[in-house]
Design a protein around this ligand. Structure first.
Ligand SMILES: [Zn+2]
Length: 193
């Protein structure tokens, strides 16, 4: 490649880079671990307006926090969230956002919507009823929620128990105040960039 040609290519790359819209997902690392159960493929773009936060643990072996164990439980039950966050804060994508994951069950959003799975994204935090989410989980969750909000017109970020009171109790021992403070922190970091 001639030097002049190289310069043109270099400039084009610079311009493309500068004009790329900053995304709320830039600082989020998501590991793909797609599952073959617990969701319905959707061929057309679906409306995504809610994020539902859950918690689960592995009840089949001694290691309550085993991702493998939790996934096996989902498989046996034919359910899945879109994302799951392990104790170290690692985010796994189990179902693509565009597909309907079976995670909310019989539930209702504050605006009366009852087909919640169809319009929501589910995020599971690995935690037991006796433990609390880890600091790393809260931080990853805040990043992931801000990322999703930058992609979709999210109206609600709610716990499973908020949309299925009496039937569900998760996310367990979840500190909403702390979570909201971390969301604000994400906004501050975002503005600095
Ligand atoms: Zn749940």
């Amino acid at each position: 490649m001639k030097a002049s040609m190289f310069l043109v290519v270099f400039l084009l790359v610079c311009v493309a880079g500068a004009s790329a819209k900053p995304s709320g997902c830039d600082s989020v690392h998501i590991v793909s671990r797609l599952v073959s159960w617990g969701f319905k493929s959707v061929s057309h773009p679906r409306k995504i307006e809610a994020i539902i936060i859950h918690s689960s643990y592995n009840a089949t072996t001694a290691d309550s926090f085993s991702l493998k164990g939790v996934l096996q439980e989902y498989k046996d039950a034919g359910v899945s969230p879109h994302y799951i966050i392990d104790r170290a804060g690692k985010i796994y994508r189990l179902v693509p956002d565009g597909d309907i994951a079976y995670q909310a069950g019989r539930s209702r959003l504050p605006d009366g919507t009852t087909n919640v799975n169809a319009v929501s994204i589910g995020i599971e935090i690995i935690n037991t009823t006796k433990d609390s989410p880890t600091e790393a989980q809260y931080i990853s969750l805040a990043k992931l929620v801000r990322c999703l909000e930058s992609e979709y017109p999210i109206k609600f970020v709610l716990g499973h128990k908020d949309i299925a009171p009496g039937r569900k109790t998760d996310p367990w021992n979840f500190n909403w105040k702390k979570f909201r403070a971390l969301l604000d922190e994400q906004d501050r970091v975002g503005k600095q960039n």
